[in-house]
Each structure stands twice: as structure tokens, then as C-alpha cells.
Design a protein around this ligand. Structure first.
Ligand SMILES: Cc1cc2nc3c(=O)[nH]c(=O)nc-3n(C[C@H](O)[C@H](O)[C@H](O)COP(=O)(O)O)c2cc1C
Length: 404
């Protein structure tokens, strides 16, 4: 085994936390928390990866508050789920895996009809809420200063809660078109106050959220951030600015930066590459009007990008060159031994894996054994992207290609 590949499978430090290897399960909203309550389904999903040798797994969509959810089937951080979440985390940790939670707020990208505190989804600026159209929530409002302060408070409260239920790390979602990235993107943030305009102003809320979470969890607890290198749309966030934003997070004491790209709201295929997710969405859609709409408009809504391995490598390297203290966590199409070798030799600290682990939850152990035997190993993931369309399906996500 080459030294670089060997490095991937050796223990490594993320801040003050030791992981048994450099492989991290990426946050992939599981769709396995019926009515927002974590239980057996969520545990079994992550147990496959924890027992399968991953260094750290990530429970996705840990909303900071009820109104921070895209829909009411997602978890939000509150006392009502403390016993279930604590038990799940402890069982996963018993395998030797670490457990992170992806802390997020959806901002104005919501189809949650059961908003409790807000009257409508809120973001940096007024806009049409495409996701909310079918649920009769077509408009999103612009947050007042008070609402911004309240949102920051939800990040603080969620941080206190997540540390207390036993998470080993927190991943702050600052990408993909969710709440914090709506402020970073010049396309969605058209404010003229101190939260809009220059990059410094557009980063003000994400940095305040980081500060709040840091205050909640203390200096020794790892906080990492997932950013989008680019939105992939006209007038959207471009890579030169996102690279600078990574530097700002580093200076503010983040422990790691995950360099993703694209947005769920405007250009999701930039995140995934490969066959459009629209085919799977049409397959899953039960509402006849939505199904017809998707058939007609879908091909125009979702762009085509051919899949190739390591499609965010160039941007990740730019971020790596700039980070002084934070670890660089690569994500995006790392699914062959050759790619692992490349990212490790490029000085990446950790690798997050999404689709390859849906195909083979025990990928880490299988790859390790194959390498020990001098063989290569592939997860079997074909990047067909059919798993993505299962987010809202009964039972949630799985690899339909390999596991039916
Ligand atoms: C089914 C599915 C659900 C996802 N849900 C999330 C999510 O909740 N949060 C997030 O940041 N990224 C999400 N992603 C994106 C992944 O974290 C990752 O960025 C993307 O799959 C590219 O990595 P990969 O090539 O290793 O799959 C999801 C991906 C998939 C396949």
C-alpha cells in the first residue's frame, strides 16, 4: 500500500478529537426520522457505516429550531428527542466511530407548513420560495435585525443541546442554498444593511453563528463548516469569494472546512454531477400535477454535468493553500482508490463520502482489507443519483441500484 493511501486509514486529529481514520460519512439527509423523531431507522442506517469502519459519521439535518426545517419530518434540536438521540449516539460511539451532527437552518428554502415562530420562511431578502409553491408558501420574507439575532440564538441553543446529548463534533451547514449560505450568496442576499453587500457583510451572520456555537460548546469541541465553492448560477457566489470566506472561517477558529458546491435550491446538479435527479423525482412523485410539471419543466430545471472523479479538487486545493489552522475536508466524487491516493497526496486532511457509503456502508473496512491484500476496491456506486430522489420517500434514502 502506498504511504499516501495508508495515511487515509490511520488515526488523525480533528481539533482535539481523534478519529480512527480520515474517512467521514458525509451528511446526507436520511429521511429516517418520521415526524422528526430519531429512532431505530436512523440508528440502523448509521450503524452500518459505524460498524463498517468509518472514522466519523454525520447525522444530517439537525435543525437549530423547528422553523429551520424544510419539512416537519426532519429533526430539530429540542428536549423532546434527547433520550432517543443520546441512545443512538452512544450506540454508534460504542463501535469506535465518532458522531457528528450537521447543524442547519433552512432560512427561506422551506416547504414546512407547520411554522411555529415565523409566519413565512425568512431569509436575507424577499423572494419567491420555489420549494414552497406546492405547499402554498410561495413567498419568503426578509429577516429583520431582531429575527437575525433570534436565529443566532437558535444556533447557540442547538450547540448547547448537541454537545449535551453526546455529539463529538458539529458540522455547520454554510452551503447548498440553506439559511447561512443564503446570506453568503450575492444572488440571494440583496440587503443594503451591514448583512449585505461586501463579502465581509455577507459573512457577518455565518460568523456570528460560528461564534455562538463556539461559545456554546467551548474551545476544545470540533466545529467544522460545509461551504459551497460556488452556487453555479449567474450572479451567484463565485469561487474567488468562497475561498476568501474559508479564510475568514479559519481566522474565526473553525476546526475544518468542507469544500462542496452548488445549491439545493438553484443548481443541485453542480453538487452531484452525473445523471439528472429529475428522473428519480418523477418516479417518486405521487401528485399527478407535480409529476406532469416535473416531466415538462424538470429537464430545464436541472442542468447536466458529466460525472468525473474529484470534481471539486481544484477549489479544494485553493482553500488548502489558504488555511492556516483549520483542516481541509474534501468532498465530491471521491470513490476510487486512485482518487483516495490523489486527495491524500494533495495534503487533504479528511475525506467525506456520501454516495459511495450508501452503496457500501462498510466501504472503509472493505477498502482497508483490500489494500492490505494488495488489491483495489470500489464501492459499486455508479453515481446514478437515484438515491437523492428518495429523501422524501417512505423509509428514506438507500441505494436503489444495488439494494433494490
Ligand atoms: C441522498 C443524499 C442526501 C444528501 N443530503 C445532504 C444533506 O442533508 N446535507 C448536505 O450537506 N449534503 C447532502 N448531500 C450531499 C452530500 O453530502 C455530498 O455533498 C454529495 O453527495 C457529494 O459527495 P459524494 O460524491 O461522496 O456523494 C446529500 C447527498 C445524497 C446522495
Amino acid at each position: 500500500m502506498s504511504q499516501n493511501l495508508e495515511r487515509a486509514f490511520k488515526p488523525a486529529m480533528l481539533g482535539k478529537l481523534e478519529l480512527r481514520n480520515r474517512l467521514i460519512k458525509a451528511g446526507t439527509f436520511e429521511g429516517k426520522t418520521p415526524n422528526g423523531v430519531p429512532g431505530e431507522q436512523l440508528l440502523n442506517f448509521h450503524m452500518g457505516m459505524a460498524e463498517g469502519g468509518i472514522g466519523m459519521t454525520t447525522l444530517a439535518y439537525c435543525a437549530t429550531e423547528s422553523d429551520g426545517r424544510l419539512n416537519d419530518q426532519m429533526m430539530f434540536m429540542h428536549e423532546g428527542i434527547r433520550p432517543q438521540l443520546t441512545a443512538i449516539i452512544q450506540k454508534l460511539q460504542a463501535t469506535g466511530a465518532r458522531v457528528s451532527g450537521q447543524m442547519a437552518h433552512c432560512g427561506n428554502f422551506s416547504k414546512n407548513k407547520h411554522l411555529t415562530r415565523l409566519k413565512r420562511p425568512m431569509g436575507p431578502s424577499r423572494q419567491i420560495n420555489m420549494l414552497g409553491l406546492p405547499s402554498g408558501m410561495p413567498f419568503a420574507g426578509a429577516m429583520t435585525h431582531q429575527q437575525i439575532d433570534e436565529m443566532v440564538q437558535t444556533f447557540y441553543d442547538a450547540g448547547v443541546f448537541m454537545k449535551s446529548v453526546g455529539f463529538d463534533a458539529i458540522e455547520l451547514h454554510m452551503g447548498h442554498g440553506y439559511g447561512l449560505s443564503q446570506f453568503i450568496s450575492p444572488r440571494t442576499n440583496r440587503r443594503t444593511d451591514e448583512y449585505g453587500g461586501s463579502l465581509v457583510n455577507r459573512m457577518r451572520l455565518p460568523l456570528r453563528a460560528l461564534e455562538a456555537v463556539r461559545k456554546a460548546v467551548g474551545d476544545d469541541f470540533p466545529i467544522i463548516a460545509k461551504i459551497s465553492l460556488m452556487d453555479g448560477v449567474r450572479d451567484g457566489l463565485q469561487q474567488d469569494e468562497s475561498v476568501k470566506s474559508a479564510g475568514m472561517l479559519d481566522a474565526a477558529g473553525i476546526d475544518g472546512v468542507i469544500t462542496s458546491g452548488g445549491t439545493s435550491s438553484m443548481n443541485v446538479m453542480k453538487m452531484f454531477r452525473g445523471p439528472s435527479i429529475v428522473h428519480g423525482m418523477i418516479e417518486q412523485e405521487k401528485n399527478i400535477f407535480m409529476k406532469t410539471g416535473l416531466k415538462i419543466l424538470g429537464p430545464k430545471m436541472f442542468r447536466n454535468y458529466p460525472y468525473h472523479e474529484l470534481y471539486f479538487m481544484e477549489g479544494a486545493q485553493q482553500v488548502r493553500d489558504l488555511l492556516k489552522n483549520a483542516k481541509l475536508i474534501y468532498i465530491g466524487g471521491c470513490s476510487t482508490m486512485a482518487s483516495f491516493e490523489k486527495v491524500m497526496s494533495a495534503g487533504v486532511d479528511f475525506v467525506q463520502l456520501g454516495r459511495p457509503l450508501l452503496a457500501d456502508p462498510a466501504y472503509a473496512n472493505h477498502a482497508r482489507s483490500a489494500l492490505d491484500a494488495g488489491k483495489s476496491y470500489a464501492s459499486g456506486c455508479t453515481h446514478c443519483n437515484r438515491c437523492v430522489a428518495l429523501i422524501d420517500a417512505p423509509g428514506g434514502i438507500r441505494c436503489p441500484e444495488l439494494h433494490g
